[in-house]
Design a protein around this ligand. Structure first.
Ligand code: HEM
Length: 445
C-alpha cells in the first residue's frame, strides 16, 4: 500500500489521511492503545505532534532500524521544516535546531559527538555509583520519618539533579535554572521562553568555568574543538538529555515494580531483580518514547509510504519495542530494544544510564520497608507531551523506621556527617548543599 502524506493539514473526512494526536490526556493515559490502533497503517503512521504539526511516526521495529541506520536519506537538520512552524508551538522545544550532535550529520556529527564521548569516558563508574548511593541515602533520610513520599519529586528528580550538578561542576543557582527550563522543553511549556532562559544560563556557566575550571565535565569540554555556542548546546544535551530521562527511568521502573500488575505481580512475587525491571521498562515504557527525528530533504518512500520532503519522521521507540512482529515471550537478558535509539545517534552512555537507574531503584527498595503505591493517589497521571514517557508524580507509602537518622529526625552534627560527594572535589559537602536554597526548592520549601 502506498499513500501520500501531504505537509498541509489533511481533510478530516479522509480516513486515509486521518492524523492521530500524539499529545493530550487521551494519548498520555494509554499510549500503547494509540500505537495498537496506528498499526493499521503498517510500519509508518500519520500523526500530529502538536496542533497543526504533522509528522510520520515509525512504529515498526525493522523500519525504525532502517531509518536510524541511514542518516543520508534521513538527516537530522530541521531548519527548513521549522521555518514553517508557529514559534510558540510546543513541538519546537525538543525539535528546534541547536548546534549540537543531535542535529548534525557526517563529519560535523562525529566532531560534536567525539567531544562528548571523550569527556564522558573520564567519568569513573565506580565513583559514580557510590555518589548515587550516597545522595540517595541523604534524600531518603530527608523523608524517611514521614512514611510517605512522592518518588519523582522527592527522590528521582533531585537525585539526578544533584548528581548532574556535581558531575558538571555547576553551582546550584545555575542548576536550578537549567533544570526548570529543560523540563519545560521536555513538556513543551512555553518553549521560546524556556529556550532563552536556558541559553543565558549556559553562557553564564561556561564563563564561570573559563574563570575557574575544575575536575568536571564542563571544564573538560572546554578543551574540545567546539565554538562557544556549540559548547553551550553540548552541555544542554548532556544535562537535559541525561538527567530527565534517567529520573523517568527510575520512576517508571518503581511504578511497574510497585504496581499489582507490573512484572509478574510486582514486588509481592519476590522474584523481581532490579536489573530485569530496568530492562523491562526500557522495553515497554522507555523514557524517550518518540524521538530521533529526521527530516528527509526530498520526498522518499518508506515501508510503502511516501513521506513529504522536510516533514518530521519520528521514531517511536515505544511502539517499535512492542512491534508484534518481535513477539518476545520474555525480555530478560535481551537488550535489543530501541530505548537508547540505534545507529550513529544512539545514546552514547546506555551503561551509565542503566547504572544510575539500577542504583537509585535498589537503594529506595533497600531502605524503605513495606514500600507500596499510595492508594489515595491512584490512578497515576502521565505527562502529556509526545516525546517522553514520565509521570507527574509517584506517591508511595512505607513503614517509617523506628529510629530514623538524618535531617528529618535530628540534624547530625557536621563532624559525624558522611563524606561529601567526591566526583567533583570542588563541590561543597553534600550536607551543606542540603541547606542550599536550590535543594530546599526541590523539597518544595
Ligand atoms: C534512561 C536514561 C536515558 C535514555 C532513555 C536515553 C535515551 C537516548 C535516546 C533515545 C537518544 C537518541 C536521541 C536522538 O536520536 O535524537 C539519546 C541520545 C543521547 N543521549 Fe541519552 N538517554 C539516557 C541517558 C543519558 C545520559 C545519562 C546521558 C549523558 C550523561 C545521555 C546523553 C545522550 C547524548 C549526548 C545523546 C545524543 C547522541 C547523538 O546525537 O549522537 N543520555 N539518548
Amino acid at each position: 500500500m502506498t499513500h501520500h502524506l501531504p505537509a498541509e493539514a489533511p481533510p478530516p473526512e479522509c480516513p486515509a489521511h486521518h492524523r492521530t494526536a500524539l499529545y493530550g490526556p487521551r494519548f498520555a493515559a494509554d499510549p500503547a492503545g494509540t500505537y495498537a490502533l496506528l498499526r493499521a497503517h503498517g510500519h509508518v503512521a500519520p500523526v500530529e505532534l502538536a496542533p497543526g504539526v504533522p509528522a510520520s511516526l515509525v512504529i515498526g521495529y525493522r523500519t525504525a532500524l532502517e531509518v536510524l541506520r541511514d542518516p543520508t536519506t534521513f538527516p537530522r537538520d530541521p531548519r527548513r521544516w521549522q521555518d514553517g512552524v508557529p514559534p510558540d508551538s510546543p513541538a519546537l522545544g525538543m525539535m528546534r535546531y541547536r548546534p549540537n550532535c543531535m542535529f548534525a550529520d557526517g563529519a560535523e556529527h562525529a566532531r560534536l559527538r567525539g567531544a562528548i564521548t571523550t569527556c564522558l569516558a573520564r567519568v569513573d563508574h565506580t565513583t559514580l555509583r557510590a555518589d548515587t548511593v550516597r545522595i540517595a541515602d541523604e534524600l531518603i533520610d530527608g523523608f524517611a520519618a514521614a512514611g510517605r513520599v512522592d518518588l519523582l519529586a522527592q527522590y528521582a528528580r533531585p537525585l539526578m539533579f544533584i548528581l548532574f550538578t556535581n558531575l558538571f561542576g555547576c553551582p546550584p543557582h545555575l542548576s536550578e535554572r537549567l533544570l526548570v527550563n529543560t523540563k519545560a522543553l521536555f513538556d513543551g511549556h512555553e518553549p521560546e521562553a524556556a529556550d532563552r532562559a536556558l541559553n543565558a544560563t549556559l553562557r553564564e556557566l561556561v564563563e564561570l568555568k573559563r574563570r575557574r575550571p575544575g575536575q568536571d565535565v564542563v571544564s573538560w569540554l572546554l578543551d574540545a574543538d567546539l565554538s562557544d555556542e556549540e559548547l553551550c548546546q553540548t552541555i544542554l544535551v548532556l544535562m537535559g538529555g541525561g538527567s530527565e530521562p534517567t529520573a523517568d527511568l527510575i520512576t517508571n521502573a518503581l511504578h511497574r515494580m510497585l504496581s499489582d500488575t507490573g512484572l509478574g505481580g510486582g514486588l509481592a512475587s519476590g522474584v523481581v531483580r532490579v536489573d530485569d525491571a530496568i530492562d523491562e521498562v526500557l522495553w515497554v515504557d522507555p523514557p524517550m518514547a518518540n524521538y530521533s527525528t529526521s527530516h528527509p530533504r526530498e520526498a522518499v518512500t518508506l515501508a510503502g509510504v511516501v513521506l513529504a520532503a522536510d516533514q518530521p519522521v519520528v521514531i517511536s521507540m515505544a511502539a517499535a519495542n512492542t512491534d508484534p512482529a518481535l513477539n518476545p515471550a520474555d525480555h530478560t537478558g535481551n537488550r535489543s530494544h530501541l530505548a537508547f535509539s540505534a545507529g550513529p545517534h544512539a545514546c552514547p552512555v546506555p551503561e551509565m544510564a542503566r547504572l544510575l537507574g539500577a542504583a537509585a531503584v535498589e537503594r529506595v527498595l533497600d531502605r524503605l520497608p513495606g514500600l507500596g503505591l499510595d492508594d489515595s493517589a491512584r490512578p497515576v497521571r502521565w505527562r502529556e507531551g509526545p516525546f517522553n514517557r514520565g509521570l507527574f508524580a509517584l506517591h508511595a507509602r512505607f513503614t517509617p523506621p523506628p529510629d530514623p537518622v538524618g535531617p528529618a529526625a535530628a540534624p547530625a552534627p557536621p563532624t559525624t556527617a558522611p563524606p561529601p560527594v567526591p566526583t567533583n572535589p570542588e563541590a561543597p559537602p553534600f550536607r551543606a548543599r542540603l541547606r542550599d536554597p536550590v535543594v530546599r526548592w526541590w523539597h518544595g520549601q
